[in-house]
Design a binder for this molecule. Structure first.
Ligand code: UD1
Ligand code: CA
Length: 492
């Protein structure tokens, strides 16, 4: 029978104490609503209908951002008058659906696919299935009432339950599957005669127990948890992260401390890659084999090759990294960076929209923005691209094999030719021909004896017999550098 899925997610979730609808709160980095939608798709559901109310547009946008426009249909429930009332809002969309309907909640992200498959496979035109679990602490959930022979009779909400019924530890997970027609027919006639004055979906199951067959499917206690407040969200977050760490380890990834690995569903990591504590992988992250990602690296939407070494506390986003590259510690790889094979980036190096060619190095304290850095270029300590004049961003191009001396400022747009050298401290404001030396350097002077005189003065000591201060210019220095005299700038 064809399967349609209804996801109930209209509530605000008052217990979250938030301005944001409950199902938009992230669990393991993903808005809670993504989990049931992903599950419905994995189960081969032909249609996915979300019942939305609070912040319906934002919830729909979140789902469509992940699964594409038109991936879900939306039924609006303006006023939240209970779970049964919520399902009734889908009647105009599903009234003619001859197959099964699976009902999921937006706030139950831990369900396993296996348990849901059992639920769906057990249902038929004459059988409704519902998911239950035994909990050490069943408080807050509807309880499953059975007769003397153990046959399902009905669900009683905690608020409507007697003292005896509250002792029942088998709870209703709120997940059901059965013929769509039966749900709609029954919901027409169940009232709202209960402690909350709501139309309860659970009442459908009581009717089904009398008129059709009800089969309960039991799930693990850690699958059925509904997230009602932030404590629940943190618990669910942890369960999902540990599951993801588990499956990574089973696939050959070394995880130093699974409790402190923050990954999202969908990350891909090759075998023999090792992840340190506090590593966070967000969005679409693909990491090759044999990599080492050390403590505290936060990587968002990046693709890394094989044997990449990311040292502690790097932040990387929307970039690609080639095989054998070494990054960090404390590197900031900003969007649009293309770090090719065997590149080395050391501490406090920031890149943005920059290609680092194969084997290039920038080992200390640099900003490389809007730059194209050729293969085997050596970028000295403290080099910066001056890529922004307050109005527009400009590009810096550095040819293969160039040597950029320490503390070079590259005033973009500018090109340094292949194999050229810039002297330490040079401000490169014109294109450097290939193979040339670029040098801008004010003359150095020495004031002889100055330091000693200063010391005497500060310590209140008798001044030594003063020789006239002698200023020595750096002729020797000039000789050393040779004929490459810097061009004098014109005045004014
Ligand atoms: C419900 C069940 C309870 C079960 C529990 C499992 C009923 C009457 N009770 O209780 O037996 O043990 O789930 O988690 O069904 N929603 C709407 N519109 C509404 C009301 C709710 O869309 O008018 C949505 C909520 O946004 C939420 C889901 O339905 O995603 C569940 O609603 P909630 O109020 O949390 O139900 P519980 O009181 O937890
Ligand atoms: Ca709930």
């Amino acid at each position: 029978m064809s399967l349609a899925t209804v996801i109930l997610a209209a509530g605000l979730g008052t217990r979250m104490k938030s301005d944001k609808a409950k199902v938009l709160h992230p669990v393991a980095g993903r808005p809670m609503i993504e989990y049931p939608v992903a599950m419905a798709r994995a189960l081969g559901s032909s249609r996915v209908i979300c019942v939305l109310g609070h912040q319906a547009d934002a919830v729909r946008a979140a789902v469509e951002q992940r699964f594409g426009a038109g991936s879900i249909e939306v039924a609006l429930q303006a006023e939240q008058r209970g779970t049964g009332h919520a399902v009734l809002q889908t009647q105009s969309l599903l009234g003619n659906h001859e197959g099964l309907v699976l009902i999921l909640y937006g706030d139950t992200p831990l369900l396993s696919q296996q348990a849901l498959e059992r639920l769906v496979h057990g249902a038929s035109s004459s059988t409704l299935t519902m998911m239950t679990a035994r909990l050490p602490d069943p408080r807050g959930y509807g309880r499953v009432v059975r007769d003397g022979s153990g046959k399902f009779v009905r669900i009683v909400e905690e608020k409507d339950a007697s003292v005896d019924e509250r002792r029942i530890d088998e709870i209703n997970a709120g997940i059901y599957c059965g013929p769509a027609r039966f749900f709609f027919d029954t919901l027409q006639s169940v009232g709202a005669n209960n402690a909350q004055g709501e139309i309860y979906l659970t009442d459908v199951m009581e009717r089904a127990a009398r008129e059709l067959t009800v089969v309960t499917i039991s799930a693990g206690a850690d699958e059925v948890m509904g997230c009602n407040d932030r404590v629940d969200v943190a618990k669910a977050d942890r369960v999902i992260r540990l599951r993801l760490a588990d499956s990574l380890m089973r696939a050959g990834v070394a995880v130093r401390d699974p409790e402190r690995l923050y990954v999202e569903p969908g990350v891909e990591i090759g075998r023999d890659t090792a992840l340190g504590p506090g590593v966070e992988l967000r969005g679409k992250v693909k990491i090759g084999a044999g990599c080492v990602i050390e403590q505290g690296a936060v990587i968002t939407d990046c693709t890394l090759g094989d044997r990449v070494h990311v040292k502690p506390y790097c932040v990387m986003s929307e970039s690609t990294v080639g095989n054998g590259a070494q990054i960090g510690p404390w590197c900031h790889i900003r969007p649009g960076s293309v770090i090719e094979d065997d590149v080395h980036l050391g501490n406090f190096v920031e890149t943005k929209k920059t290609r680092m060619g194969k084997g290039a190095k920038a080992n200390h304290l640099s900003y490389l923005g809007d730059a194209d850095v050729g293969a085997k270029v050596n970028v000295g300590c403290g080099t910066i691209t001056c890529n922004y004049d307050g109005y527009v961003k400009s590009k810096t191009v550095i040819g293969d094999g160039a040597f950029i001396g320490s503390d070079t400022q590259l005033v973009a747009p500018v090109t340094v030719g292949a194999g050229a050298v810039t002297a330490a401290g040079t401000t490169v404001y014109r294109d450097v021909p290939p193979g040339a030396l670029a040098l801008t350097r004010p003359e150095i002077v020495f004031v002889e004896g100055w330091a000693e005189r200063k010391r005497q003065k500060m310590l209140g000591l008798a001044p030594p017999k003063a020789a006239a201060p002698k200023v020595v210019s750096s002729k020797k220095e000039k000789k050393k550098i040779g004929k490459a005299k810097p061009k004098k700038r014109r005045r004014g």
